[in-house]
Design a protein around this ligand. Structure first.
Ligand code: ATP
Ligand code: MG
Length: 800
């Protein structure tokens, strides 16, 4: 008879088929971008379920973002036409939260623990650095935070670190003190930071093998996407979960055996089947501890593993693929892969060089509008940049051009102060042990509770051996004035009222409206909303709107999770990761960093700011392997595009309040020149008739190359014509310009009163010169073009 999963295997190429139908202990799929790795995972899950080889509850699939998890779940459900309830498809962090919520009481936490995001841990570390006067040893909160994070990703704790550190160095001793104080504070607050979610789950499994066994027996098929970006802690977690389950004779509680689990008897249940997929060329998180060895040493760690290579790319046109292949070939420590496609050459890659980032943004907006007129939906377009701050110039132009857009990962809605305040109120109810949260709301809104009172509360709590939160219930014992006593008592009463709504006595179930109601009580009765309403600061109006939005989010949450508790809500909020968004982004252009773009695909992609110091980023220059990692990041960006790829840069960029000259990225030169059709090459920008007038006039009117919108051709026919300019000339010009890519006026002497002539603005008089060296700026009053600021080094000017 036919296989029950026959339809799931249709259209797969032979190695994909081999991967989907493999049955055995371990499978490694290594393959370049767009070769169907994620698709193979999805079909593999569907195939297992369809053939009743596994129950949904026996599957654990790990994706990089919650959004990717949602998509995979949907895809599986489409494929098997059945509900796949009970299947765990989630990020590492979400999976660990689920495990910890069930098991936290095993090791001194309770299930209502708080999750500290990096802002929360930074705040805690800041306080500890101050208390330990650690700045005297050159320790900064940011530095301490990132060191602790790196160590935790290596599964090190303060003790194990201290054993191999140079403890005769006082700075090291203080660091170790801070590390243990930080960990103790987290434990007291019943909180885990992001790294702990993984690391403490590993610890739990190693220390309590009988707990680990529950999950080992449960998950029979474990699948991990983007395996190249797992760090050591994540690797260890997977390793723990795929161990065989021991017979009952193994003594797993022997005192010395807390951390190491030695198999003593023959396995009763064999280890789970593990499938990992990854691409070493897309490893972009080494800076966060991702370890490429997790891929390269897979065969050693899982003897007998089957390895499958995929070489056909189903995503991009040949031109896009050729560009990406050419770029990544410059990394020296890689195995060459031969990615190919049969969809044809496709359109040329479009290049554009703007005079400024505004000009570049205008180009992007114009192209987006042209594509949209040619029937490409906005949702199929994405704009990438290396750093978050680059989005501002794009947003300004998009707003003016009425292009609907959404910033992925950067919305930072949950980072806004008023949202953090509101959530801190909710945390103070859900996890009263969380001192950080209670301290945060103590004087928000202003109640006249200052540092002195805060210290008295902390002291009283320590004396009485009660929590900071419980100390609030004894306002009269704190030795503070009557007004402050009343303010504290009022806060305590509000928290108590919300607690009754949100956390009903055991046995009772909170109604679906509990989260919304409780939060409203907290924000209204605490006076928080009133303080904003009474303010004359226009920003406070926006803050009120944001809080209304948060209330709306709780309603939405209740609709989707009728039994969801305040804890579930806070978990969801805490884990909203980079590429995640609570809203539906259909019908909008997506803006995001190159990191966030991983795993996604769009018909049209705009890679912006292709400049030295941005990509490769300046900070990468001094990191070992930094420039290579930047090249992989650029490779990730290019390979997101299905049909159209645009590469753009600006010749001057204002950052941190300074305007400076930018150079085309070295990665641009690694792309074969005949693949790029320069609408405006770096050379053009300096030649006559360049960009300045366009930048001045704002909107582009067809531009030098002419748009392709309005041609009547529909997008999707592959017929949308690209304007052809004297391409060879452009490329020659571009090639000739390297390395002297921009006009260099050297140390042109200029001072107030000098007259100059500008290629586009004509003649004018210098009012002032500011800045120094390469960053000298001339403030010029042009006879007809008005006042301008010009970067002297590169502006197309001569002194008269
Ligand atoms: P990345 O490395 O970027 O994560 P990937 O290897 O995970 O890429 P997928 O996202 O799974 O690649 O696939 C890329 C695109 O190719 C998707 O749109 C997918 O549906 C399509 N695809 C993959 N395999 C096939 C196939 N055999 N037939 C048709 N389309 C396919
Ligand atoms: Mg993928």
């Amino acid at each position: 008879g036919e296989r029950p999963d026959a339809d799931l295997l249709e259209g797969l190429n032979p190695p994909q088929l081999a991967a989907v139908t493999y049955r055995g202990p371990a499978l490694l799929i290594v393959a370049g971008a767009g070769s169907g790795k994620t698709r193979v995972l999805t079909h593999r899950i569907a195939s297992l379920l369809r053939g009743r080889e596994a129950w949904p509850s026996q599957i654990l699939a790990i994706t990089f973002t919650n959004k990717a998890a949602g998509e995979m779940r949907e895809r599986v459900q489409q494929l098997i036409g059945d509900s796949a309830q009970g299947m765990w498809i989630s990020t590492f962090h979400s999976a660990c939260v689920r495990i910890l919520r069930r098991e936290a009481q095993q090791f001194g936490f309770t299930k209502n623990f708080t999750i500290y995001d990096s802002g929360d841990s930074r705040a805690l570390i800041k306080r500890l650095v101050k208390e330990h006067e650690a700045d005297a040893f050159g320790l900064t909160p940011a530095g301490v935070q990132s060191r602790i994070s790196k160590l935790k990703n290596e599964l090190a704790d303060a003790d194990s670190y201290a054993r191999q550190a140079n403890m005769s160095d006082p700075a090291e001793r203080v660091f170790v003190e801070l590390f243990s104080a930080y960990q103790a504070a987290l434990q007291r607050a019943n909180a885990f930071d992001f790294d702990d979610l993984i690391g403490q789950t590993v610890y739990l499994f190693r220390a309590f093998p009988h707990v680990a066994d529950v999950y080992r027996k449960r998950f029979r098929h474990i699948l991990v996407d983007e395996y190249q970006d797992t760090n050591h802690a994540q690797y260890a977690l997977i390793h723990e979960l795929t161990r065989p389950v021991q017979g009952s004779s193994g003594d797993s509680f022997s005192a010395g055996g807390m951390m190491i689990f030695e198999p003593e008897t023959a396995p009763e249940v064999e280890g789970a089947s593990l499938t990992v997929v990854g691409d070493s060329d897309q490893s972009i998180y080494a800076f966060r501890g991702a370890d490429i060895r997790n891929i390269t040493e897979f065969e050693r760690d899982y003897p007998g593993a089957q390895v499958v290579l995929l070489e056909q790319n189903y995503r991009s046109t040949q031109n896009i693929l050729s560009a990406a292949n050419a770029v990544i070939a410059n990394n020296f420590d890689r195995k060459d892969k031969k990615l190919w496609t049969d969809v044809g050459a496709g359109d040329a890659i479009v290049g554009f060089t703007g005079y400024s980032q505004h000009d570049e943004a205008q180009f992007v907006a114009d192209e987006i509008e042209a594509l949209h007129r040619a029937s490409m939906p906005y949702s199929q377009m994405a704009v990438f940049y290396r750093t978050n701050s680059q989005s501002r110039a794009l947003e300004e132009i998009f707003i003016r051009a009425a292009i609907p857009y959404k910033i992925m990962g950067g919305t930072k809605f949950y980072d806004r102060a008023e949202i953090k305040d509101a959530l801190a109120y909710a945390v103070a109810v859900a996890n009263p042990a969380d001192e950080l949260a209670v301290r945060r709301i103590l004087n928000r809104p202003r109640r006249g509770i200052g540092d002195v009172t805060e210290t008295s509360i902390a002291r009283y709590a320590a004396e009485q051996q009660i929590t900071f939160r419980d100390a609030l219930a004894n306002a009269s014992a704190l030795g503070v004035g009557p007004k402050i006593q009343a303010a504290i008592a009022q806060l305590d009463a509000v928290l108590a009222e919300a607690t009754e709504i949100m956390l009903p006595a055991s046995g009772e179930i909170a109604p679906p409206t509990a989260v919304t109601q409780g939060l409203s009580v907290l924000l209204n009765k605490s006076g928080y909303m009133d303080a904003l309403r009474m303010s004359r600061d226009p920003q406070d109006e926006a803050r009120l709107e944001n809080l209304d939005e948060l209330i709306a989010v709780t309603r939405e949450f209740a609709r989707n999770n009728p039994e969801g508790t305040i804890l579930d809500f806070l978990t969801e909020v805490a884990l909203v990761a980079d590429a995640d968004d609570l809203d539906d982004e259909s019908g909008t252009v997506s803006l995001m960093t190159m990191h966030t773009a991983k795993g996604l695909e769009y018909d049209a992609v705009f890679v912006t700011g292709v400049e030295e110091d941005l990509i490769p980023h300046r900070i990468s220059a001094n990191e070992p392997g930094g420039p290579q990692e930047e090249r992989r990041l650029f490779y990730v960006a290019l390979t997101r595009a299905r049909k159209r790829l645009h590469l753009s840069l600006a010749m001057t960029r204002a950052q941190f309040g300074e305007v400076s000259a930018a150079m085309p990225s070295r990665f641009l030169q690694e792309i074969p020149h005949d693949l790029i059709d320069w609408r405006q090459s770096p050379g053009d920008v300096n030649s006559r008739g360049g960009m300045q007038s366009r930048a001045l006039n704002g909107r582009r009117s067809g531009g030098s190359g002419g748009g392709f919108g309005g041609s009547g051709k529909r997008y999707g026919d592959d017929l949308v014509p690209l304007p052809r300019r004297e391409k060879t000339g452009d490329i020659a010009k571009f090639a000739n310009r390297i390395p002297a890519k921009v006009r260099d006026n050297g140390d042109l002497e200029l001072g107030p009163g000098d007259r100059i002539r500008h290629d586009d603005f004509g003649e004018g008089r210098v009012d002032a010169v500011t800045g120094e060296g390469a960053k000298r700026v001339a403030h010029v009053r042009f006879d007809s073009a008005g006042a301008k600021k010009l970067l002297i080094k590169i502006a197309p000017i001569v002194k008269l």
